[in-house]
Design a protein around this ligand. Sequence first.
Ligand SMILES: Cc1ncc(COP(=O)(O)O)c(C=O)c1O
Length: 450
Amino acid sequence: MDGSALPINLDAKPNDLESFWMPFTWNREFKRNPMLLASAKGMHYRSVDGRDILDGTAGLWCCNAGHRREKIVQAVQQTVEHLDFAPTFQLGHPLPFELASRVLQMLPPGYDHMFFCNSGSEAVDSALKIALAYHRVRGQAERTRLIGRERGYHGTGFGGISVGGIVKNRMFFGPLINGVDHLPHTHDLSRNAFTRGQPEHGAELADELERICTLHDPSTIAAVIVEPVAGSTGVLIPPQGYLQRLRDICDKHGILLIFDEVITGFGRLGTAFATDYFGVKPDLITCAKGLTNGVIPMGGVIAREGIYDAFTEWADNTGNTIELFHGYTYSGHPVAAAAGLATMEVYKEEGLFERCAELAPYWEDAVHSLKGTRHVIDLRNLGLIAGIELESRPGKVGARAYEAFRRCFDKGLLIRVTGDIIALSPPLIVEKGQIDEMFGTLQSVLNDLD
Ligand SMILES: Cc1ncc(COP(=O)(O)O)c(C=O)c1O
């Protein structure tokens, strides 16, 4: 290949939409009626037919600083020219060390190590494995049970779908990993519909953990994992006091608490992480998405003080050189770590987390301005997140929201839907005028929809 050639196979059949088996997609419909994005900048995508699409979802909850940010693009370009790949098994390079300490500085005191992987799903599997192994290296090998929650989404690895609680994501894939139980979800339209911010009712649902502890005996439980704000199931905001109660019960029984912060990490609630926002400290935190602003795949697990030390102590005592028998070829990949470092710079220089906190009340008013709009049965918000729940068409769950999604796209707005719930999570650089535009478009689309 000469220096000017693109690394693209020019013999590939052009415009063939068939070969790519798309994830979580109605493939047949997409291929009949494709929605293709060609480029992106700031708050907008540009479609292949040249239309600007306002990004109401930060891509897939990941481009928190908006698209194609110069500093991040340059960091990626410069790094790949300098160090394309270097292993992190028994070798290292400076970038992931620097990134880990940058991220830890953003957290409240008490967290001291960060493990890297390539996605939110891998972060969840890594956190579950660290939790199991932590108890084992401390001589509590009988702590093997994992507790998730109904309607939870923790990615698509076997660990994640086992503790997750979205039926369709689980039912096709056999018995999953065993020894898993689930807390009830916290969604309660009868008591909490149209709440601004955290719902008043439902903290007592955390007490179900006590029942589960009694059923299995707490000494058999390794960890509880929840999303502090459940996103992919359709934006479920935790009831006031709920997360603290989970923390208290975990403490009482020596169970690790894992917050899956894949969507709440990096400013989505107006603080670096949801742990700050709620003032509840989990033992392990998973993150991904906003870690690199979505530019290069990367995920991570952040550990509370004492967890890493338990592994080093065990290794010293048992004569093992490796402390944790887990990792990925691309754990701490140089280009991803460079993207992560540049992303942290952008967040800090532009004060984007504070910006999110300042915009949140305006966002809240905009979300609740949809009250009374056709089909809307609930509105939920926190930080720069919104959930807009629609009444389902009889016997056709999801059809109405999917149609809204397509119509919004045609009108130049990207939204995300799950079942009949619309989820919005724009980049944190969104302007007030763009918030007005989003809710204006949405309102007109919903009012025109059957
Ligand atoms: C809370 C949570 N955990 C895990 C994941 C999985 O992340 P990924 O798709 O990067 O594997 C997601 C993705 O949306 C998520 O929202």
